[in-house]
Structures are given as structure tokens and as C-alpha cells.
Design a binder for this molecule. Structure first.
Ligand code: NOJ
Length: 975
């Protein structure tokens, strides 16, 4: 194994392997990182023999049900879902292969439907820009520099390398630099609340938050998340998620983010981050970037040796997938997590163009880049490419204790492979973020002490007593769970806010005969059978009811059983409680006047009314679930189709066949195809309640009974079929090579942009949702705040210089295990066994010694500050023409001038028909009018010119359209 192989594999390109032979054995025996990877990826200098491949056996320690080892479950799921299965594998593949060998001239052609992509499709960008270049970070960087200058090399390495999966109490942990005065850090999921924790809020999912279109609620939820994480002792919250963006409506983790549009996603992410960080907790913008599907996201997990490569052109990268990350950096996010997948054939966590060039230079990111868990695929190469922290610290295999950094990073610095300036910058960035967020305040972030462990919960047991170092051989039991309740109380009980968000994130898409809102004494008068004393309401479907085994019956929520309030995976949390819809319906209907019949199953006989009685009103609950790739339910991770699951369509049809007033409630991770019943005359109302979190039932009742207006708006398009979303909208469920290649050929045209460009009528368009009142828009005014000019101001010169340190390589003796040191098995230490260091010239990547031109689009956090200058003010009057108070979302879409030729190439530039550029939600009393203002920035009015490598505001006439959805835009103006 040579270091050249390392560079070709992990720096900028794809592994150069010959025809990898996939056999039943190799497929079945794949561990979470593949043998192929292990053999072909580099070992750091001095490591020439294969490492022992340890795999942590969770059976060593009894796990709680809900906290079962992620890796173990991934294995189970993998065994369930493999595209080649062990039992039938040999027989089926022998037949298939035999035939194919004859027909296609060999196995290789079968595996490689596409030719092996060329090495190095992502250009090199070196060296890694240093942090500490902006005034707003200067103080933190100066303090950090003082602290880092006191650190020994091994302490610096400690700051950069996780201690190993389950080695400490959080899902990710660093060991700290005690002598210098820097504590260990706890990194914990995640986007919906504190994973693996007790007495913490299970917030509505990101997709529900996106559906509120309410900036204030987005911020408040972030604040609640931040407070809870801080009170549990978490330093770094692993969220919010803004990638996947939602290229594919079936993407398994779309629900963790906020919707399929970069502006909606960016605003929601930024508001969430502001909230989290206002509580002093470091937020993590994840997953950087283009991790759009779960299939093949990670080497090994999907029985392939390599992760999928998302192949994206530069303009699409900037205008779609990067946009929310830019917004996050602009509000000062402390950490960015690089993703599992490759981008343009280079691993996202060692892609120098994306980390050094785009993130740190162009977007001016001042925080630290952490890897997703085992997304680091190389050692020196990833450090050079801009990775600052590896998580959870293990190498290519879960809990193996064989870090690609740790001692190997120490060694690489000592032998000169990793420049000392790079390790200094890695540690400095992390410490600077810690200061920037005020985590040196020991009242807010107490230093962990014996008897007062931080965090005050364990990810690995629900018991009070447990191991501090679960995956190691340290059997000492201590108090690990203090059961600290962080949910707030009284007026500040976070459940209230969670309920408000879930209610505002509920989208009413159909309301025939104004059947909603309901009255507690029954439905509307016209639905009542007057021969009966009571109004009869039937509630159908298991989604209305609680799971008899409790809301946390499935680990990481990886099943779709009973009421659905969260997707699954690391983005899920332990529900402290989950109010099922039936409970809220029962407590809201006046039972003296209403008879509720519960049929909480999806298995309904056709003649159900003969069994359960005829109903005046029927409320039917259906679901569609998905989740993260390490687990699966019913062979689902990504959704390969968008239909309701568990027979939901049949259930609705059966109920509607015998019930003239049917209301359908959908709990789902994203868009669901409603076509099999949406036009049935008896289906009067449809409510898309997304994933509401712990207060599910109460929030739904708020909307159904009109205690709040129905004010959710769709954060995605509901098409009539999956094909409506275009070829790019389909999950790649079968790999097209050993390193599957997914070309983002649709460019900018995802979700509603695809529907608009191809004149496809969706069932319900992006941004759509009904209220219980009506609104009109009038008096659109466009005011020029700054004139049109093609380019932003020149990149401002750095006003602050990064701190500098001695570049002397320390004495290797200082990096050797101290005498008598007690090593825990599998725990990752920065120390070396001895001080012998081999010096060989390191083959730095091509382009390494060529300083890159700084991006003209850079010069500030989130990019050149001039990109955020406001050029147009858009104001509009909105009148509530109905009879009750309601909330309307004013949406502003921009259409670019036609016939734009690129400034540098002269080539015609195509644009989406329209793109969302801003929104505001306003509460308006009946008959009143409010003026709403949305300002458009230079960036909103520019495209990314690949030739110019800058944002360009084209000449010509822009159309600004304002209204209630992407297809309901009554007002238009020109600028
Ligand atoms: C993998 C997931 O992709 C990421 O989102 C999460 O934060 C880590 N695991 C840690 O659980």
C-alpha cells in the first residue's frame, strides 16, 4: 500500500482499483467500512502493515433497548435489505452472472454500467485557509491563540480527534487539553432534540418547521434546542440539517431539514442556528454537501466499497446546495459537518475544493469542520483538504480504536507530512469557536469534575449508573444519568412552543364545504344526522393511536407503527411523551354530544359501517415514513415510492366509500401521492400534518377545531406521481458501479422549478396551503435601494490577520505515552508508543504548492459582504377579507431577465421560471390590512457565473411576483 494510492483515493479523486470483485461472501461480510477501503486507503506514514480489524462487540455490555449500538443495528438492517441476500445469493447470482457473462462479455460490464469516472473531477485547492480573519471573531481568536500556544502537540491532536464511538458519554467526544485549560467537548445529535437523552423535548421535525414559514418560531425552536442541549451539558449540537435539500422527494432524511428550496432552507437554518447559539451551544450545519439520498451514502453500509458520488456542476452547487450553508455561515455557525458521500468523485470530507476553497475561502467560514461519523476516509489528505475534527474518532470501522488521526496525526505532524501550521489551525478554530460562544463561562458550561460528569446523561444506558467509557474495557460504574429535566415548566414548558410550531406546520390542502374547522359539539350542521341524539365521529387508522409498547418502542424510531411524529435515525429522539391524535380528539370533542368510534387499525373490512355503525364524520389517519440509512423499516430508508404506507390508500378509499364526510390526516416525512383518492367527493378535507413531535395530537386538534388558523404552507411540491418530479427526483436504488455515480443533470430544476419549467400541474404546489380565512394582495411597490450593477464590490481585504505560532516541530519524546499510563482498549489517544519517526518526503497533492487565487465572491462570512446589500424593497398590502383572524405567508418569487449572456463566456444563461427569494408571515385580524415588506439582496438577484467565478447581476428586466404560493402570484412588478 503506497501513499500514492492514498492520494489518488482520498484527496481529489476516486480509488484506482481494478475490477473489484463482488462476491456473496464479500457482500455479506461487509462491515461498516469495507475491506477494500481499508486495503486501498492510506495508512499514515510509518504504517505499512494492515491494522487489526477490531469490531466492538456490543454483547460485551448489555445495552438498553433504545440505545442499542448504531453499528449493530446498521448491520441488522443491512442484512435485511441487501440487494444480494445470503440465502439466495449464490443461486441467483450464479444464474445471473452466467447469463450476463455470456451476454455482456464479463462481470465487469455488469458492475460498471458506467465507465469508471476519471480521477480528480474536483479541482485541488490548497493550502487550507487559516481561521481568524474577521473582526467579529478577532477577540475569540486572540484568546484561543493564547490557549493553543500553551498546548503540546498531543493536546492539539486531542482537540481534533474523537475518542472513539461510545468511548465517552456523547455520540461524539473529544478528550480536551487539560494542561492548557481546554475541556473535553460533548457533541450530540441533533436536529430534533437531544438524542439518547431523557426529560428533553421531542420537537417537531425540520420539515414541519419549514412548513410554518414562521421566522420567529424557527428562532424560538432553535433557542429551545440550544437551552436544552446546554442544560444537559452538550457543547456542540449536531444540527440543524440543511442537506439533503430535497432533490428527491423520497430522500430518507429530507424531514430533518426544512424544505426543498434553498431560500426557505437557508432562512430556517439561519434562524435555528441563531437560536441555538444565543444559548451558547455550538450549532453544526450539516451535511456538507449533496448527501441527497441514503442509498450508498457511506462506504460499506450499503455493501459497496465506496460511497455514492454526487456529481454537481459549479453553478448548481452555488445556487442550490450551498445556499443554506452560506446563510448559516453568515450568522456565525460554529461548526460544519462534512458528509459521507463523495462530491465529483472526491470524498466530501477530503475534498479540498469544497472545504478549503468554497467553505473556508469563499464563504469565509471561521469555525471548524467535523466529519460525519466515519465519513473521514483518509488521514493526511483530509487534514490538508481542510478537515479539522474527525468523528467519532475511529478509523474506517466503528469502535475499532484505529483512528486515521489520533496517534497517526501526531506522527504525521512529527514527520512533516501535516504542516504544523495546519494542526495549529485545526486546534485554533475549535478553541476560537468555544470562546466565541462563551463556553469559557463556567457557570453556563461547568468543567466536568468527578461526581459531576458533563454531560449529565449517557447515550449508552438509561440507568442511573453506567460506564463512563462504554466501548472500552473500563468496567467502573458511576452515576451517568442525572435525569435532569430540561423541558422547562409552567408558561415556559417547551411543549407549548412545540405544540404551536406543530400546529403552524400543519398544512390544510383541501377543505370542501368548509368542513373544517370542527366544533367540539360535532362537525358542521350539514354533516349531522338529526335522527341521532349524538353526533357520530369515526376515527380510523393506527396513526391516530398510541403505540401500546410506548412511543420509543423501536430503536431510533426506526419503524412506522402507530402514530407517526418523527422519522428515524440520528435525527430522532426519545419521546418524553407523545400525545396521540385520538387522545386530543377525545378531550376536545364534547362527549355529551359526540359519540366517538375508534377503529385504530389500517385493516378495515369493506363493510365496516355494518360492524362499527354509520358515522356523520370520519377522520382517517395515514402515514409515510423514512429515515437514515443505518436502519430500515420494511425495506425502506429512502422512499422508493411516495404512496402512503401500510395500506393507507385503501384505508381512505374504504372509509370514504361509506362516509360522506371524510377528513384525511397525513403524517409523513415529505410529499405523499394522494391521487388514489383525493378527488373522491366524500373526501372533504385533507390535512398534511408532517412530523409534529411530542405534542402531535394537541397541535392537530388546535387546527382541526380552529383554535388556531390553518397557516402551514407546503415546503415541498405534492406531485401527482413520482415521475412528475423528473428523472432527478428518483432515488438511485441500484448502484451503477462500485462507486455509484449520481449526476445532478437537472441542475437548478428541482421540486417546483422542475414542475414550472416543464409545465407540469402538481396536485398542490410548493408554498400552497389554505387558511380558515381569506386574503387579498394589493398595492405592490418595488423600490430601488441600490442600482443594478453587474458585480459585487471587490473582495474586501482582510482587516485581521490570523494568529501565528512557532513552526518548530516538537521533540517526538513529548508525544510518547507517559510512563505508567493506563490505556483503555479502543479508546483513542494522541500518544505514540515510541519516539521513532520515519522521515520521508510526503507526496503532496498536485496543486499543493500553487497558492490559489482568492475567490472574488469571498471576503466575509457567507461570502462577499456586498452580496448581501439590499437592492430592492418589495412591499405589498395584505387584507384579511374573511371573518376571523388568520395568518398569511407573503411569498416573493423572482424571474430573471430573458436573453442573458454570461459576462465571461457570452453563453446564454438559463434560469428557472421563478425562484423563491423571500417571505414573511403576517397575522392579520378580520377585515384589516397589513403592509408586508421583503427586501431583495444582490445575491437574490444574481446568478453564479462559472466563468467569472462570481455572482453576477444580469442586465435586463426582472419580474418580481408576490402572492400566496409558487403558483398563486396575483401581483407582479418589474425591476
Ligand atoms: C451520522 C449522521 O449522518 C449524522 O447526522 C449524525 O450527526 C452522526 N451520525 C452522529 O450520530
Amino acid at each position: 500500500m503506497t501513499r500514492e494510492a492514498d492520494l489518488s483515493s482520498s484527496r481529489e479523486g476516486l480509488l484506482k482499483h481494478g475490477a473489484a470483485t463482488l462476491s456473496c461472501d464479500s457482500l455479506d461480510n461487509y462491515r461498516s467500512s469495507s475491506e477494500l477501503d481499508l486495503d486501498e486507503l492510506e495508512l499514515l506514514e510509518g504504517q505499512t502493515s494492515p491494522r487489526p480489524r477490531g469490531e466492538w462487540s456490543p454483547s460485551k455490555r448489555k445495552k438498553d433497548n433504545g440505545k442499542e449500538n448504531e453499528h449493530k443495528r446498521a448491520q441488522k438492517a443491512k442484512r435485511k435489505r441487501g440487494w444480494l441476500r445470503s440465502k439466495t445469493c449464490w443461486v441467483v447470482s450464479a444464474i445471473l452472472l452466467g447469463g450476463l457473462l455470456v451476454l455482456m462479455g464479463g462481470f465487469k460490464m455488469f458492475v460498471y454500467k458506467k465507465p469508471q469516472p476519471m480521477d480528480g473531477l474536483s479541482p485541488p485547492w490548497y493550502p487550507s485557509p487559516k481561521g481568524g480573519t474577521y473582526l467579529q471573531w478577532q477577540k475569540s481568536y486572540l484568546m484561543a491563540a493564547t490557549l493553543v500556544s500553551k498546548m503540546s502537540l498531543v493536546e492539539k491532536v486531542n482537540v481534533t480527534t474523537g475518542t472513539g464511538w461510545a468511548s465517552d458519554l456523547c455520540v461524539g467526544n473529544t478528550a480536551g487539553a487539560f494542561d492548557a485549560g481546554f475541556p473535553p467537548l460533548c457533541l450530540q445529535d441533533g436536529p430534533l432534540g437531544i438524542r439518547f437523552a431523557d426529560h428533553a423535548t421531542a420537537w417537531p421535525a425540520g420539515i414541519t418547521v419549514g412548513a410554518t414559514w414562521n421566522k420567529d418560531l424557527m428562532y424560538k425552536r432553535g433557542r429551545g434546542l440550544g437551552l436544552e442541549h446546554r442544560l444537559k451539558g452538550v457543547n456542540v449540537m449536531l444540527g440543524p440539517a440543511m442537506g439533503p435539500l430535497g432533490r428527491m422527494p423520497g430522500g430518507g432524511r429530507n424531514w430533518e431539514g426544512f424544505g426543498s428550496d434553498p431560500v426557505l432552507q437557508g432562512i430556517a437554518a439561519a434562524q435555528t442556528i441563531r437560536g441555538i447559539q444565543d444559548e451558547g451551544v455550538i450549532a453544526t450545519a450539516k451535511h456538507y454537501i449533496a448527501n441527497e439520498q441514503e442509498h450508498f451514502r457511506q462506504a460499506g453500509e450499503w455493501e459497496l466499497p465506496h460511497a455514492i458520488s454526487s456529481n454537481i456542476d459549479d453553478r448548481t452547487l452555488h445556487e442550490l446546495y450551498l445556499w443554506p450553508f452560506a446563510d448559516s455561515i453568515r450568522v456565525g455557525v460554529g461548526s460544519v459537518m462534512c458528509s459521507y458521500n463523495m462530491v465529483n468523485s472526491s470524498s466530501a470530507c477530503s475534498n479540498s475544493k469544497l472545504l478549503n476553497g468554497v467553505l473556508k475561502d469563499e464563504l469565509g467560514f471561521q469555525g471548524f469542520v467535523q466529519s460525519d461519523w466515519l465519513a473521514q476516509r483518509s488521514g493526511v489528505a483530509s487534514a490538508l483538504a481542510g478537515l479539522d475534527m474527525t468523528m467519532p474518532g475511529d478509523g474506517l470501522i466503528w469502535a475499532d480504536g484505529q483512528s486515521l488521526w489520533g496517534p497517526r496525526l501526531t506522527e504525521a505532524v512529527l514527520n512533516g507530512s501535516v504542516p504544523i501550521e495546519r494542526i495549529n489551525d485545526m486546534a485554533l478554530r475549535t478553541v476560537a469557536v468555544w470562546y466565541q460562544l462563551g463556553q469559557d463561562n463556567q457557570t453556563l458550561f461547568p468543567i466536568p469534575l468527578e461526581g459531576n460528569p458533563r454531560p449529565n446523561f449517557s447515550s449508552w444506558t438509561n440507568d442511573k449508573m453506567g460506564h463512563l467509557h462504554e466501548s472500552t474495557d473500563d468496567d467502573t460504574m458511576v452515576v451517568v444519568n442525572n435525569f435532569t429535566d430540561v423541558q422547562g415548566d409552567g408558561k415556559n414548558f417547551h411543549g407549548r412552543l412545540a405544540q404551536e410550531i406543530a400546529a403552524e406546520g400543519t398544512v390544510l390542502v383541501k377543505n370542501g364545504d368548509n368542513i373544517l374547522p370542527l366544533s367540539p359539539s360535532g362537525g358542521p350542521e350539514h354533516t349531522r344526522d338529526r335522527r341521532r341524539a349524538k353526533y357520530n365521529v369515526g376515527v380510523f387508522g393506527e396513526d391516530a393511536g398510541p403505540n401500546p409498547k410506548g412511543p420509543n418502542a423501536c430503536a431510533d424510531r426506526s419503524c412506522n407503527d402507530f402514530t407517526l411524529a418523527s422519522g428515524w435515525g440520528s435525527g430522532a429522539v426519545e419521546f418524553p411523551f407523545l400525545t396521540p391524535p385520538i387522545e386530543a380528539l377525545e378531550s376536545t370533542f364534547d362527549l355529551d354530544q359526540v359519540q366517538i368510534t375508534q377503529v385504530l387499525t389500517n385493516d378495515l373490512p369493506d363493510d365496516w359501517s355494518a360492524v362499527h355503525g354509520t358515522q356523520d364524520l370520519c377522520i382517517v389517519f395515514i402515514t409515510s415514513d423514512a429515515g437514515e440509512g443505518f436502519a430500515s423499516w420494511n425495506h425502506i430508508t429512502d422512499r422508493i415510492d411516495l404512496y402512503p404506507q401500510k395500506g393507507g390508500d385503501d384505508l381512505v378509499k374504504k372509509v370514504a366509500a361509506s362516509c360522506a364526510n371524510t377528513i384525511v390526516i397525513v403524517h409523513a416525512v415529505g410529499a405523499v401521492i394522494l391521487e388514489r383518492w383525493i378527488d373522491l367527493p366524500n373526501v372533504k378535507a385533507v390535512v398534511l400534518a408532517n412530523l409534529p413531535g411530542e405534542e402531535s395530537g394537541n397541535a392537530l386538534a388546535d387546527v382541526l377545531f380552529g383554535r388556531v388558523d390553518a397557516s402551514g404552507r407546503l415546503p415541498y411540491t405534492v406531485g401527482k406521481s413520482l415521475s412528475d418530479y423528473g428523472p432527478g427526483g428518483k432515488i438511485m436504488a441500484k448502484p451503477n458501479g462500485v462507486a455509484p455515480q449520481q449526476d445532478f443533470n437537472e441542475g437548478l430544476l428541482i421540486d417546483y422549478r422542475h414542475f414550472d419549467a416543464n409545465s407540469i400541474t402538481p396536485r398542490y404546489e410548493f408554498g400552497f396551503g389554505l387558511s380558515y380565512t381569506t386574503f387579498t394582495f394589493s398595492d405592490l411597490k418595488l423600490k430601488t435601494l441600490k442600482p443594478k450593477t453587474p458585480l459585487p464590490s471587490p473582495r474586501p481585504n482582510a482587516t485581521v490577520l490570523p494568529p501565528t505560532f512557532s513552526t518548530l516541530i516538537p521533540d517526538p519524546e513529548t508525544a510518547v505515552f507517559p510512563a505508567g499510563f493506563r490505556k483503555l482498549k479502543n479508546y483513542i489517544y494522541p500518544y505514540l508508543d515510541n519516539s521513532t519517526i520515519k522521515h520521508e518526503p510526503y507526496p503532496y497533492p498536485p496543486g499543493y504548492n500553487t497558492a490559489q487565487p482568492l475567490s472574488p465572491a469571498g471576503g466575509g462570512e457567507g461570502g462577499n459582504p456586498s452580496l448581501y446589500d439590499e437592492h430592492v424593497s418589495v412591499s405589498v398590502n395584505v387584507t384579511n377579507t374573511g371573518k376571523r383572524t388568520g395568518k398569511q405567508v407573503v411569498q416573493v418569487y423572482v424571474s430573471f431577465p430573458s436573453d442573458v449572456a454570461d459576462v465571461s463566456t457570452g453563453r446564454k444563461i438559463d434560469f428557472p421560471v421563478r425562484a423563491l427569494r423571500g417571505f414573511e408571515k403576517a397575522e392579520i385580524n378580520a377585515t384589516e390590512t397589513t403592509t408586508v415588506e421583503v427586501n431583495l439582496t444582490r445575491k437574490d438577484l444574481s446568478y453564479w457565473s462559472v466563468g467569472r467565478q462570481n455572482w453576477v447581476m444580469p442586465d435586463g428586466e426582472f419580474t418580481v411576483a408576490v402572492g400566496a404560493s409558487s403558483r398563486d402570484l396575483p401581483l407582479q412588478g418589474s425591476w
